[in-house]
Design a protein around this ligand. Structure first.
Ligand SMILES: NC(=O)c1ccc[n+]([C@@H]2O[C@H](COP(=O)([O-])OP(=O)(O)OC[C@H]3O[C@@H](n4cnc5c(N)ncnc54)[C@H](OP(=O)(O)O)[C@@H]3O)[C@@H](O)[C@H]2O)c1
Length: 303
């Protein structure tokens, strides 16, 4: 039980949904301190009662008046709801952690994975009275970057190998392409964004939870399989499951309801000379680390 008078007041927007329910589980599992929680959803759910941590709550309909006195608002009711009500919450002084795609491409909104770029939050202070928006990256992106970042820190992933100015140009090209504009090509000789042809068949597979991703990484500096395995074994929030003898690798079931991102099938990319490429198989619960857990880790950093 983490109900405390001196703790921040919370709102959960979309509390009846898959991510909203997971917010409550993660708050409870991590004993996140709160003084009150507003349980918000649509008109359809307003008035329904439920118990959370021994206290009865009544779901309220989300409205423009919902955020008075709310310190931290956790949003997971879809992008259109976030676009409409996120700025309203900020005007009330709430810090919004948003799980939708609404603000991910907004350059003024920090896009944060606590294990990857915690520094992006340094200017946001709880209790300052000033509201702010913080975006959770897409669930597939979070899961992939949890594995890729520790390896990047050692051997530099090739996309950033061309330096900071090139990374900025890649970001600029991404915005321009999404806005339908001609991309700037000063450092890259041609459009580098969305310029890979991929042919794929995407299907929903019958598992209840978790995303599985086959990831190919190319590096500026050599990185062999064993070193990568050691780096990943020591990375926060990552667990290595890579036992070729007994055929134990990451699976959706093994990571369901778990916090960690599991990495396995770590092998050299034999299509490249030397140790400049790695293939990985990454699996994680997208409702947990891909959504609710990541958002609550962000909120924890504000405490
Ligand atoms: N599921 C995932 O794996 C996942 C992962 C990462 C991010 N996300 C993002 O999280 C968000 C929610 O996803 P979800 O899977 O949790 O969806 P969901 O299970 O369908 O839940 C949607 C929630 O939004 C509420 N809602 C819908 N219309 C509303 C309105 N007009 N006003 C207030 N509340 C409203 C619903 O309330 P009612 O019950 O009252 O309709 C429900 O609580 C989406 O933006 C999604 O992209 C999802």
């Amino acid at each position: 039980m983490s109900l405390r008078e001196d703790a921040p007041s919370l709102a959960v927007v979309g509390v009846t949904g898959a991510v909203g329910q997971e917010f409550l589980s993660v708050l409870s599992d991590r004993s996140f301190p709160y003084s009150s929680i507003k349980m918000l959803a649509s008109k359809r759910s307003a008035g329904k009662r439920f118990t959370f941590e021994d206290k009865e709550y009544i779901i309220e309909e989300l409205s423009a008046d919902s955020f008075s006195g709310v310190d931290i608002a956790l949003f997971s009711a879809g992008a259109s709801i976030s676009k409409k009500f996120g700025p309203i919450a900020v005007d009330f002084g709430s810090i919004v952690v948003d799980d939708s795609s609404a603000f991910r491409m907004d350059e003024d909104v920090p896009l944060v994975i606590p294990e990857v770029n915690p520094e992006a939050l340094s200017h946001i202070k709880l209790g300052s009275g000033k509201g702010a928006l913080i975006a959770n990256p897409n669930c597939s992106t979070i899961i992939c970057l949890m594995a890729a970042t520790p390896l990047h820190q050692r051997a530099k992933l090739a996309a950033s190998g061309a330096g900071a100015a090139a990374m900025e140009e890649l970001e600029q090209q991404t915005r321009e392409v999404l806005e339908g504009k001609q991309p700037t090509c000063e450092i890259f000789k041609q459009q580098n964004n969305m310029n890979v042809k991929v042919t794929a068949t995407c299907i929903r597979v019958p598992v209840m939870r978790a995303h599985a991703e086959s990831v190919n990484l190319q590096f500026e500096e050599p990185l062999d399989e064993d070193t990568a395995r050691t780096i990943l074994s020591n990375a926060p929030g990552v667990v290595v499951i890579d036992d070729r003898t007994s055929h134990r690798f990451p699976t959706p079931l093994a990571v369901s309801n778990k916090d960690e991102v599991a990495v396995g099938r770590i092998r050299r990319d034999v299509s490249l000379d030397g140790n400049y490429g790695l293939d990985l198989f990454v699996c994680s619960d997208q409702i947990r680390k891909g959504a609710a857990l990541n958002a609550i880790q962000i909120a924890e950093m504000l405490l």
